[in-house]
Write a protein that binds this ligand. Structure first.
Ligand code: SF4
Length: 197
C-alpha cells in the first residue's frame, strides 16, 4: 500500500534573482540613505534573540518532541538556535522538557545557577509547567518551584509548533530586555524570592 503523501513533493522554487533580502524587523531607529542609527540596547537585543544557545534539559517524552523540533521539518535552527549546548556555562536558554522528580529539583537549580547572565528559562510541557498528570509525592509540581520561568508551553506533549511558539515568545522577551538584565530591581527581587543572590 503506498504511503500517503504528507508534504509537498513538488515545491515551487523561490525566485531570488534580483532580490535583496532584508531582516523583517530592524530595531527602532532612524535610517537614511547609506546609514542607520539605533540604540545600542536594541541592536544587542536583536543579536541576542537571533543567536540563542539552548540547553535542552530533557528527561522524558517532551524531549522527543523537542528532537522533532530540531529536525529538518520544523528546524529550530531557522531561528538562530541550532547550536544546542550541554554545558550550562555557555548557554543562555534553559529548556526543561519532561517530568522532573523532586530529587531532580536541586539539579535543575544547580544547572540554572551555573548559567551565566543573561539567561532565560522555558518550561516545555505540562510536567515541567505543573507536574502534569503526575500529581504524586515524588514529582515536582512545576519547575517554577525551584527556578524562575519566563515562558510556559502547555500540552502533553506540546507539538513542535507549540515549542516553536514558546521559543518565539522567548525571543520577544530577549529582544526587549535591558543590556544588563541582572541589574533590574524586579529581576533582583525575583531571584531573591528563590534565594538566589
Ligand atoms: S507533559 Fe506529557 S508528554 Fe511531556 S513529559 Fe509529561 S507526560 Fe510526557
Amino acid at each position: 500500500m503506498p504511503r500517503p503523501v504528507r508534504f509537498n513533493i513538488h515545491p515551487i522554487l523561490a525566485d531570488t534573482k534580483d532580490s535583496i533580502s532584508m531582516v523583517d524587523k530592524m530595531p527602532e531607529g532612524y535610517g537614511g540613505e547609506g546609514f542607520f542609527a539605533a540604540k545600542l540596547s536594541d541592536v544587542v537585543g536583536l543579536a541576542r534573540k537571533n543567536s540563542m544557545w539552548p540547553l535542552p534539559f530533557a528527561t522524558s517524552c517532551c524531549g522527543i518532541e523537542f528532537m522533532a523540533t530540531m529536525g529538518s521539518h520544523y528546524d529550530l535552527g531557522r531561528f538562530g538556535a541550532e547550536r544546542l549546548g550541554f554545558s550550562p556555562r555557555q548557554c543562555d536558554l534553559l529548556m526543561v522538557m519532561g517530568t522532573i522528580a523532586k530529587k531532580m529539583g536541586p539539579i535543575v537549580k544547580q544547572v540554572y545557577l551555573q548559567m551565566a547572565e543573561p539567561r532565560w528559562v522555558m518550561a516545555v510541557g505540562a510536567c515541567a509547567c505543573s507536574g502534569g498528570i503526575f500529581d504524586t509525592y515524588s514529582v515536582l509540581q512545576g519547575i517554577d518551584q525551584v527556578v524562575p520561568v519566563d515562558v510556559y508551553v502547555p500540552g502533553c506533549p506540546p507539538r513542535p509548533e507549540g515549542i516553536l511558539d514558546g521559543f518565539m515568545k522567548i525571543q520577544d522577551l530577549v529582544g526587549q530586555e535591558s543590556l544588563r538584565r541582572r541589574n533590574g530591581d524586579r529581576y533582583k527581587e525575583l531571584l531573591g524570592s528563590y534565594g538566589i543572590q
